[in-house]
Design a protein around this ligand. Structure first.
Ligand SMILES: [Zn+2]
Ligand SMILES: [Zn+2]
Ligand SMILES: [Zn+2]
Length: 177
């Protein structure tokens, strides 16, 4: 267990939308439960089926704030008693990705659970190259230097992929020790 200087998390407050959740100490059981509940509610709202395998894949991705590849997920699904048919896992991943509950990290060819599902947003990922933990922040593709360049070019940005590679606070602490 890693302890860091952040001793106060605020279990009564929702996660700050702007903060990169994955790197901060927080009430993780609550984090998993509320993300699953949010996904369930969202599916009910828009008439999507949150099947047991879709729920399980999301839950597995929520367990650690780390990117998991499709094969790793398949193994975990098998351990959880969901059989080992790749198409089932891939279809569940497609569903979760298309509906914004999960993001694909191109850099790692792997998947992470979204930190704030249900909102349309442009995620920016911070990926630790030592432990593969991933934190999600927001990017604003229509703003900043890229936005200005696009405006000047008469280009309308629909989607950007921001994946920053580096070292997370936990791994920095370990290398200091
Ligand atoms: Zn968490
Ligand atoms: Zn997201
Ligand atoms: Zn790390």
């Amino acid at each position: 267990m890693i302890t860091n200087s952040m001793t106060s998390n605020h279990p009564s407050e929702p996660a700050d939308k702007g903060s990169p959740l994955g790197f901060q100490s927080h009430d993780h059981d609550r984090c998993v439960a509320s993300a699953l509940a949010a996904a369930e509610a969202r599916c009910a709202d828009v008439g999507l089926r949150f099947t047991p395998v879709r729920r399980k894949v999301l839950e597995l991705l929520l367990q650690e704030h780390r990117a998991l590849g499709a094969y790793a997920l398949l193994d975990l699904l098998k351990d959880a008693g969901f059989g080992s048919q790749p198409p089932v896992a891939y279809r569940a991943l497609d569903f979760l990705t298309e509906n914004g509950f999960v993001h694909k990290i191109e850099r790692l060819n792997a998947f992470v659970a979204c930190s704030h599902p249900g909102e349309s947003h442009s995620p920016a990922f911070m990926i630790c190259r030592l432990c593969d933990s991933v934190a999600e922040a927001q990017s604003a593709p229509a703003k900043g230097v890229l936005g200005d360049a696009a405006k000047a070019a008469g280009f309308q940005i629909e989607k950007t992929v921001v994946e920053a590679e580096g070292v997370c606070p936990t791994c920095i602490d370990k290398t200091d020790a």
